[in-house]
Structures are given as structure tokens and as C-alpha cells.
Design a protein around this ligand. Structure first.
Ligand code: UD1
Length: 419
């Protein structure tokens, strides 16, 4: 088992290059199922979830023609298996993203039901409701959802809540449906927009990209294209929180500040001086952060994937704050671990009240989800003594070379192997 060992080392200074977004790369890889031609993706982050998606697609018969650092060429002309098995789905719930494109292109698909996960029950009813409206037969057998449709038909679908992967699944399915599909209350996260942009390059006819109403005119077939994955706004936001906590001046390169307005405003409110260009963000911090209230909501409001990182920043801030999580139930697993490090956080239901303290103290901690683990890394950067983070495979699902990127700007952070 690998661990991270971290020691506080004062302010962070320098430059960090931001990777492509995990949450864009995963649906983009799955979009390769929609065409017999080759999809060429660049700026792909080298992450465990990307590897899992690659494995999933290869298990279905996809050929990965190029697998360079940050670059994939993937061809799905030989798909001979339309099933996503439990052993992969249980490690990555985003596996559900093969459902829509596989059904649309091959007339059937089976995906193991994801089941519960650490941050809540995360059902897929909206994905299924939409596919059913498009004419799919759906059955649940032996823990698998099976969908079948000779030819999907366009439909008018109003989603009950904003769901990111739900929107992506239905959007992909609709590109090859017969007739027009209108998706209302669609997610407008930048990763959904990135997928839509790539689908258009592949020949899809989509109107309303970037708005909550997507109108998709189905086409007979899609073709290959080349596409660069959007920058990861959550990775960028995590490093900005790190600097807001340690102090210092760091420039993030290859970032997408336009997709991060809510987070950047909160960091300014916390006392950070933020400057942005088209593809860079500079943060300059010379004081203890001020506590800021946060409420998670769908894009463009404050993202749930930044909640844990702001919680830990608030934990060492001046003043007290309230963090409300409205997207996922049970997304406060970092709270008991941060409290073990000396934070003063009390959580009840979906609300946490944080009383800032001057100093956290290092110990051995672990977390059961990706962003919770990231918050523990941030805590380690300012805690006294040594912080050891266990179960870092969660971090490796979503952060590319986190120890190297933080090490490059002055953090003392080391990956160690247990024997
Ligand atoms: C995606 C992101 C994840 C992020 C989340 C919210 C990916 C791979 N993951 O997850 O990092 O935290 O968006 O921004 O892009 N829901 C239902 N029924 C459904 C679908 C969703 O009730 O059929 C509920 C969920 O339980 C949750 C809410 O809707 O409460 C939003 O979930 P959703 O946007 O679907 O999250 P994911 O797409 O799984």
C-alpha cells in the first residue's frame, strides 16, 4: 500500500501546470463507442480512472492505437462485448457512461449497477428514465441494468434534477437517435460542454451547448476527430486552496479560469489576490485566510468537488464559517479526520460549522473518497509535525502526480511504499 508523507514547509511559490479534466476525459473516452472511426484525444490526464475506462473499453473490444503520455487514439470498430462488469464499475461509478453510447451504436448494453458508494447512494434513475423515453427496453437482472433498442427515437426529456453523467449519457445516446431529442434541465458543467463540442466535431448536430436545454438532431453516423480535453478546474481549485492556506505566490498554467468563477470569487473573499489570463491563474496570499461560507450547487455555482478543500481552508481561517452540501448526502467524511488533526468542525445533516484554529497537528489519516483525500493533503501542508495519508489510491483516481506538482512549488511531500 502506498502512503503520502507530508511536512509543512512554509509558503508555496512557483508554477504548476494543470492537467486535463478527469470528468471530461472519462465521457470523451466513452464517446469513442459512437463511431467506427478513430477518436484522437490529447491533454488526457494520466489517472487511475482513465486507466479504468481504458480497461473497460478494451474489455468490450476497443483497440487503443496510441497510448502516449496525455494522448490516446482509440477505435471501437470491433466491439464484440457490450457489457461493463461489476469489478470495474465498483471501482469507478463513471463506468455508467458506456450505457448511452453503446446502446445507441450497438442496439444493446449492460452495465453493472453501481450500488452504494462512500458519498451517498448515487442512483442512475435519470439515465434510465431518459433512455426509456427514447424507446429503450430496460430490465434489471442479476445486479445489471440491461438496455435494448433496435433504433433509439428522439424524445422530449425533462430531467428531475441536474445530473452531470446523466446528461452526458443521454446526450451521447441522442446523437444517433432517429429524430430530435430535447434535453431540459441538462447539466451545464464545463465538462458536459467539452463533450458536446467533441460530439459536434464528430458530426453530431447539437444546439444549445452550454445551456440547460440541449436540442439534438440525430444523425446516421458519427466520425472520428481530434480533441483536446479541457483543463481540470477541480485540480486547479485544489492547488489554489493549498496556496491560500500556506501563503506564497503560484501561477497555474494551462488552466481555465473562465470555468472557475465561483471558486475564484470565494478565494478573493478569503483574502487571496487572484489574477487571471485566458489560460493562467495567479494567486498571491500573504495572510491567514478569512473564513468563507460555502453552499454547493450545480455549475456555475460552487462545485461539490471543491467542498472538502474549502472546508480545510476554513479550518485554519480567522473566524467561523458554514459549509452546506446540497448535491450529495454523506459527503463529510473528511470532517472526523480533520478534527483528529485539531480542526473544530461540527457537522449535522448537510451542514458543517467550522471554527477556524491557528494550527493543525499532523497524524496518520485516511479518507474514503477522492476530494476528501485532497483536503487531507492540504491539511498536511500546514500541520505541525508529519502527516501520513493512507489509502492514496483515491487521490490517484483524480490527481496526476500530486506529490510532484506540489513538490515543485516547495512542499515536502513524499510517496512511500509499505513493505
Ligand atoms: C459528476 C462528477 C462528480 C461530481 C458530480 C456533481 C463525473 C465523472 N463525476 O458525478 O465528480 O461530484 O457530477 O457535480 O463527472 N442523481 C439521481 N439520479 C440520477 C443521477 C443523479 O438522483 O439518475 C442525483 C445524485 O444522487 C446526486 C445528484 O443527482 O445527488 C447529482 O449527481 P450527478 O451530477 O449525477 O453526479 P455524477 O454525474 O455521478
Amino acid at each position: 500500500m502506498e502512503k503520502l508523507k507530508i511536512r509543512a514547509n512554509g509558503a508555496l511559490n512557483g508554477e504548476i501546470t494543470i492537467s486535463g479534466a478527469k470528468n471530461a476525459a472519462l465521457p470523451l473516452l466513452c464517446a469513442s463507442l459512437l463511431t467506427r472511426e478513430t477518436l484522437h484525444l490529447t491533454n488526457v490526464p494520466m489517472l487511475r480512472d482513465v486507466k479504468t475506462t481504458q480497461k473497460l473499453l478494451q474489455g468490450m473490444g476497443a483497440r487503443v492505437l496510441t497510448d502516449n503520455v496525455h494522448e490516446f487514439e482509440i477505435n471501437c470498430s470491433n466491439i464484440n462485448h457490450t457489457c461493463a462488469p461489476y469489478d470495474l464499475v465498483k471501482t469507478m461509478r463513471a463506468s455508467i457512461l458506456v450505457l448511452g453510447p453503446t446502446l445507441a451504436h450497438f442496439g444493446e448494453a449492460q452495465v453493472s449497477l453501481p450500488g452504494g458508494c462512500a458519498i451517498g447512494s448515487r442512483p442512475v434513475d435519470q439515465h434510465l428514465k431518459g433512455l426509456e423515453a427514447m424507446g429503450a427496453d430496460i430490465s434489471i437482472e442479476h445486479g445489471y441494468v440491461k438496455v435494448r433498442a433496435q433504433q433509439l427515437q428522439g424524445a422530449h426529456i425533462v430531467m428531475d434534477m441536474v445530473t452531470v453523467t446523466g446528461t452526458e449519457n443521454l446526450l451521447m445516446a441522442a446523437t444517433l437517435a432517429n429524430g430530435t431529442t430535447i434535453l431540459e434541465n441538462a447539466a451545464i458543467e464545463p465538462e458536459v460542454t467539452d463533450l458536446a463540442d467533441c460530439l459536434v466535431k464528430m458530426g453530431a448536430n447539437i444546439q444549445g451547448i452550454g445551456t440547460p436545454t440541449l436540442t439534438i438532431q440525430g444523425v446516421d453516423k458519427l466520425h472520428g476527430c481530434s480533441h483536446s480535453v479541457v483543463p481540470d478546474r477541480i485540480e486547479a481549485g485544489t492547488f489554489l486552496c493549498a496556496v491560500a492556506m500556506t501563503g506564497g505566490k503560484v501561477v497555474l498554467k494551462k488552466a481555465a479560469p473562465k470555468t472557475m468563477q465561483a471558486v475564484l470569487e470565494k478565494l478573493s473573499e478569503a483574502g487571496a489576490i487572484i489574477e487571471v489570463g485566458d489560460d493562467w491563474i495567479a494567486i498571491d496570499m500573504h495572510q491567514r485566510p478569512k473564513a468563507v461560507d460555502v453552499r454547493t450547487l450545480p455549475y456555475p455555482a460552487f462545485p461539490t468537488d471543491m467542498q472538502a478543500q474549502f472546508m480545510v481552508m476554513n479550518a485554519i481561517a480567522t473566524g467561523s464559517s458554514k459549509v452546506v452540501e446540497t448535491i450529495f448526502e454523506n459527503r463529510f467524511m473528511h470532517v472526523p479526520e480533520l478534527n483528529r488533526m485539531g480542526a473544530q468542525i461540527s457537522a449535522e445533516g448537510n451542514t458543517a460549522i467550522i471554527q477556524g484554529v491557528e494550527q493543525l497537528s499532523g497524524t496518520t489519516v485516511m479518507a474514503t473518497d477522492l476530494r476528501a483525500s485532497a483536503s487531507l493533503v492540504l491539511a498536511g501542508l500546514v500541520a505541525s509535525g508529519e502527516t501520513t495519508i493512507e489509502r492514496i489510491y483515491h487521490l490517484d483516481r483524480g490527481y496526476e502526480n500530486i506529490e510532484q506538482k506540489l513538490g515543485d512549488v516547495g512542499a515536502i511531500i513524499e510517496r512511500v511504499h509499505d513493505h
